[in-house]
Ligand binder design. Structure first.
Ligand SMILES: Cc1cc2nc3c(=O)[nH]c(=O)nc-3n(C[C@H](O)[C@H](O)[C@H](O)COP(=O)(O)O)c2cc1C
Length: 328
């Protein structure tokens, strides 16, 4: 960047390199850039730091201050930084990857390299986030002792919860104050949790993390407009990337529920109370093998047409696409 770039602004334009093509201006969602005298200039509009302008500029004239090389410095995966234009990816292989990812519940003891875990974080943060806030955070539990430490904390939580849920007086009292959750928990989870706790205490059989040698806790920091969506989109990226990297994963919803109820658990991992846990991902090398992708139930699919625009078969009450999916 040329001398004189205003570093207080999130975007800087090197006027010497700018050819005034306007691509950065067109790619900016917030009008932070404008063309003046055939040069891009930074306006006073707030910037999302989405990096679109920098990525769009063919001359290398635009830079977004603060974008970190961490995001692109993969250590265990070879990946280009050139943009893959729409239609240039392999949709068949991508969808096959999506359909091949499985929740893994049996792991080898083999550790997952720290660099692979960091690469998964890099894959995670390529997800979109509301207002590009990127208010996610990732806590790596890089080895079995770390996973077991969390497992112990969660076991303590569930022991207490089960003791409460086993008490019909407490369940009734909760119901009477309009909190039927404990009743629901008793019906749906109490017995399997009690069994899992008994196995954990008996010989360390790990029904929660399935013996995974690593885990990643995905949290959101304050200030995100869509914290759950952001964290879960990042998590899904990580699940897919992990599968492609030969690493099995399993989301552990029980851990999320417990950590959301009792913030002391996350504090014991060094995660501040102000963060909220949205995903806990068990990770490791799988012992499981499949011959085929798994099936799915048929989803409800609706096709809405604006009133007066529907050209379906009179009297069938169904649109062609809806008919194909079997939906009314
Ligand atoms: C939000 C969420 C929470 C989950 N929690 C658990 C869990 O605590 N333990 C577990 O073994 N699997 C858990 N799973 C995995 C699901 O059981 C699994 O995704 C589902 O059975 C479909 O299998 P698949 O992931 O292999 O396609 C969870 C999945 C999701 C999306």
């Amino acid at each position: 960047m040329s001398a004189g770039a205003d570093l207080a602004k999130p975007v800087v334009v090197d006027a010497a390199l700018c050819v005034g093509c306007g691509l950065c201006v067109r790619s900016c969602p917030t009008k932070t850039l404008a063309l003046e005298a055939k040069k891009a200039v930074v306006t006073d509009q707030a910037c999302l730091t989405c990096g679109h302008c920098q990525a769009a500029c063919p001359e290398g004239a635009v830079a977004v201050v603060g974008l970190d090389p961490f995001a692109g410095s993969f250590a265990t995966v070879t990946t280009g930084s050139d943009w893959l234009a729409p239609g240039l990816g392999d949709p068949g292989e991508l969808i096959r990857l999506m359909r091949s990812r499985r929740s893994v519940r049996s792991y080898l003891e083999r550790p997952v390299p720290r660099e692979a875990l960091l690469d998964l974080v890099r894959a995670g943060i390529s997800a979109p986030s509301g207002h590009n806030s990127q208010k996610w955070a990732f806590t790596l539990l890089p080895d079995r002792p770390a996973v077991t430490f969390l497992g112990e904390a969660l076991a303590r939580f569930f022991r207490k919860l089960n003791a409460m849920a086993a008490n019909p007086v407490i369940r009734l009292a909760m119901r009477l104050v309009g909190r039927p959750d404990l009743d629901d928990y008793y019906r749906e989870h109490y017995h399997s949790v009690a069994q899992a706790l008994a196995l954990w205490e008996r010989d360390g059989t790990d029904r929660l993390f399935h013996g995974a040698p690593a885990a990643i806790v995905v949290t959101s920091r304050p200030g995100a407009s869509c914290p759950a969506e952001d964290a879960l989109l990042a998590a899904q990226n990580m699940l897919l990337a992990a599968h492609a990297m030969g690493i099995g994963t399993c989301l552990i919803g029980y851990a999320v529920a417990a950590m959301q109820h009792d913030r002391k658990i996350q504090e014991s991992l060094g995660i501040g109370r102000e963060e909220t846990v949205y995903a806990v991902i068990a990770l490791g090398y799988s012992t499981e093998r499949y011959h085929k992708v798994a099936g799915r139930l048929r989803p409800p699919v609706r096709v809405f047409h604006a009133p007066g625009t529907w050209r379906g078969h009179a009297g069938t009450g169904q649109d062609q696409d809806a008919a194909r999916t079997g939906e009314p």
